[in-house]
Ligand binder design. Structure first.
Ligand SMILES: [Fe+2]
Length: 249
């Protein structure tokens, strides 16, 4: 199974809107067109939140326009800037999906909604944890790949680490006790971070707009890093191959 992950598009109602001197619409357009041209054989495009900067209906309409060159299945989940209601609406009028999971005969792909109301922090919801645990117990012969918006481990950036998934330990405990959880990937940090816990590779994807300097006390724009995306290959034997692609804007 070949997946491309894009994240943190931060689209606004106004297509001319800039964040840290980057036009987020144009930047997302460049990355998505690059994916459409260079990653033709992918099965899924997964968007891990902060699709919108302002939660407006128009920003999600812009997303649907931008996704026109993509021929694969598209799944998305909310980030702290998103409106879950607008995401549901966006999915209801397109082929884009916001289901919590999908699977084949070897893998289960689970997508948590870590948005916490009125907070930039992440939080694992009880009902989704219940579904996830049931899938784990019903599919012991399958491997699990998880996508979510917020980071479940500390990344060493003081300001960003205040926004970690508050109850991430629930997920970390499951990774430690289940050898078939093979991967976890997130967005939100606008930076690439990679680590391992038990059998799982944990990693993030760069944003499609501005990048953040790693290991920073406060936010520091990383003007040396281009926007990008992550390629994730999940093989028949339960192994993950993954790499990051940067796109010059
Ligand atoms: Fe975020």
């Amino acid at each position: 199974m070949d997946i491309v992950q894009i994240t943190d598009l931060h689209l606004s109602k106004n297509k001319k809107n800039e964040l840290h001197n980057i036009n987020t619409y144009n930047s997302a357009k460049t990355v998505i067109e690059y994916v459409a041209k260079h990653e033709k054989s992918i099965d899924y495009l997964i968007i891990t939140g902060d699709i919108s900067e302002d939660s407006t209906m128009q920003s999600y309409s812009h997303l649907l326009d931008l996704l026109k060159p993509i021929k694969s299945n598209v799944y998305l989940m909310p980030g702290n800037h998103d409106s879950y209601e607008q995401i549901k609406l966006c999915c209801s009028r397109s082929t884009v999906k916001s289901d919590v999971f999908f699977s084949n005969d070897k893998w289960v792909i689970f997508m948590f909604n870590t948005k916490k109301e009125d907070s930039p922090n992440g939080f694992l919801k009880q009902d989704e944890m219940k579904i996830f645990k049931k899938l784990l117990s019903d599919n012991q012969n399958k491997n699990f790949m998880i996508f979510l918006h917020h980071h479940p481990v500390l990344i060493g950036s003081e300001y960003m680490d205040t926004m970690i998934i508050e109850n991430a330990q629930l997920l970390i405990d499951l990774i430690k006790s289940h050898n078939n959880i093979k991967g976890v990937s997130w967005g939100h940090i606008h930076d690439v971070f990679e680590t391992e816990i038990n059998n799982a590779k944990l990693f993030s994807s760069p944003s499609t707009c501005f990048q953040s300097k790693p290991k920073s006390k406060a936010f520091n724009m990383d003007s040396n890093s281009y926007p990008g995306y992550r390629i994730i290959n999940l093989d028949e034997k339960g192994m993950i191959e993954t790499s990051v692609v940067r796109v010059k804007i």
